[in-house]
Design a protein around this ligand. Structure first.
Ligand SMILES: NC(=O)c1ccc[n+]([C@@H]2O[C@H](COP(=O)([O-])OP(=O)(O)OC[C@H]3O[C@@H](n4cnc5c(N)ncnc54)[C@H](O)[C@@H]3O)[C@@H](O)[C@H]2O)c1
Length: 445
């Protein structure tokens, strides 16, 4: 990249006038600092500017011109920085607060808890460590969270008395609710598990807040609430009463129950409809993980399509964007609302597979399969409601997200191969962590 830029600089400096060259320098440095704003420090960006500037050979000879160029670089870099700060305006997120994250040993809960902790919040993470998929991955996440200073507890969200005890002790300022039985396919044969965790226990969460309705609850809903007849892209005011699977039905039920509790008791509840989330520490039952795992081990992958060979398209969304939307929704604390949190740019599954192939530098052995009737052929988020109300703007390009996920997969599989174990889920039982919790009497708030 840099040699190419240098060659370009030299050519430009020979052909452009001084003013043209200055404006080229400014715009090039702006572009560079913006495109690298996530990964480069100010000094790195400045030195990149001086190397990539079209004036580079000219500046070497003229000291006064160097001053002007440095000044213009500073203007460019500071505006890039201001712009970047604008995007990640930290005041849009909760900080210095006490927050309960349910499902914290899960994929999204882990990322949310880690980010909230980084913002100087006291974070209590609970999870029942169920064995829907390999518990080792949940233990790995819990271990990382504990090292970040999150209080991790092996607690079931259906344990009303424990939830009351925790709320009485910590007096949560926010609750991020991610614990649920996830997965569309699994819900076909295990409907009761979904109704139990996602409906019964959701009511337990709402009951917890009935006496402290001012504490904002942000919970995970899903793009699965949209049925097959939904217009594309999906918008929140779509009727959504025709889900194609039990999982989607339980998520829609959450939104309806949240509405009832808001109406009756003023509970502040915001539902976020996530769209195919992927990223480091991602779920082993989801396509990004399955594709990466099987392609890298030389195993065939199933690729689903309709009877008339229509490709499936998914609005793959990187977990960093999901967490950004989640924290914005927490701080926004709407009395009642529902938002699509997706990327808003669906990618066909074969295209996604090509991205994985490119990250792995390995070709997939694809097996075409007819799609299950429970699955939607396309998911596509209209995110304008979240953009308008929350300032949500997804930033992670799909290929970048895939590269990031594959790098993590590589790290994690090596970790597993070397047998590096993580503390077991029983480590986090309240009896082992906070025996005093079990003896204290919860006080009603
Ligand atoms: N990952 C996605 O693409 C996606 C898309 C739409 C919605 N969602 C929703 O987002 C939330 C988080 O999803 P995820 O991908 O992180 O899933 P996940 O399965 O990795 O995380 C859920 C966690 O909740 C825990 N849990 C389940 N039942 C529990 C209970 N009764 N008590 C305590 N903990 C319990 C599980 O052990 C798990 O660790 C879920 O509500 C899911 O339905 C996820």
């Amino acid at each position: 990249m840099l040699p190419l830029l240098l060659a370009l600089s030299q050519t430009l400096s020979q052909t452009l006038s001084l003013s043209q060259a200055l404006s080229q320098a400014l715009s090039l440095s702006l572009k560079l600092s913006l495109s690298h704003s996530n990964s480069l420090s100010l000094t790195q960006t400045l030195s990149l500017f001086s190397l990539s500037s079209p004036l580079h050979p000219f500046l070497k000879r003229h000291a006064s011109m160097r001053c002007i160029a440095v000044l213009s670089a500073l203007v460019a870099v500071s505006s890039a920085y201001l712009k970047q700060m604008d995007i990640t305006d930290l005041s849009a997120y909760p900080s210095d607060s006490t927050i309960l994250v349910t499902g914290a040993a899960g994929f999204i809960g882990y990322h949310l808890a880690a980010s909230l902790r980084e913002l100087n919040n006291v974070v209590v993470g609970i999870d029942s460590f169920n064995d829907y998929y390999d518990v080792t991955l949940k233990e790995a996440r819990a271990h990382k969270l504990e090292r970040l200073g999150v209080v991790m507890l092996n607690v079931d969200i259906c344990d009303e008395s424990m939830l009351k005890t925790l709320h009485a002790r910590y007096k949560f300022d926010y609750i991020g609710h991610l614990a649920a039985q996830a997965g569309v396919r699994y819900s076909v044969n295990h409907p009761h598990q979904y109704v139990h965790s996602n409906v019964d226990c959701f009511v337990t969460m709402l009951e917890l807040l009935r006496h402290t309705p001012e504490v904002p609850l942000v919970y995970a809903s899903s793009s699965s609430v949209y049925g097959k007849g939904a217009s594309i892209p999906f918008t929140e005011d779509e009727c959504s009463d025709r889900p194609t699977n039990v999982y989607g039905a339980t998520k829609r039920m959450n939104e309806l129950l949240a509405h009832a509790y808001n109406h009756l008791y003023g509970v502040k509840a915001t539902g976020l409809r996530f769209f195919t989330v992927f990223g480091p520490f991602g779920r082993p039952d989801m396509a990004p993980y399955i594709f990466t795992d099987r392609i890298s081990r030389g195993l065939p992958i199933d690729v689903y399509h309709t009877a008339n060979n229509e490709e499936m398209r998914r609005d793959f969304t990187h977990v960093d964007d999901i967490v950004d939307g989640f924290m914005r929704a927490m701080k926004h604390a709407a009395p009642y609302d529902v938002f699509n949190i997706g990327r808003g740019e669906p990618v066909s599954v074969p295209q996604f597979i090509e991205m994985v192939e490119s990250a792995l530098q390995k070709k997939a052995d694809r097996h075409d399969m007819p799609a299950h009737d429970a699955e939607l052929m396309v998911t596509f988020a209209n995110t304008s409601h979240a953009m308008r109300k929350l300032g949500y703007a997804p930033r992670v390009a799909t290929q970048d997200g895939v590269d990031n996920f594959v790098a993590w997969y590589d790290w994690y599989s090596k970790k597993l191969q070397t047998g590096a174990g993580f503390p077991g889920k029983d480590t986090y039982l309240p009896a082992n962590k906070m025996p005093e919790l079990l003896t204290s009497t919860p006080t009603e708030q």
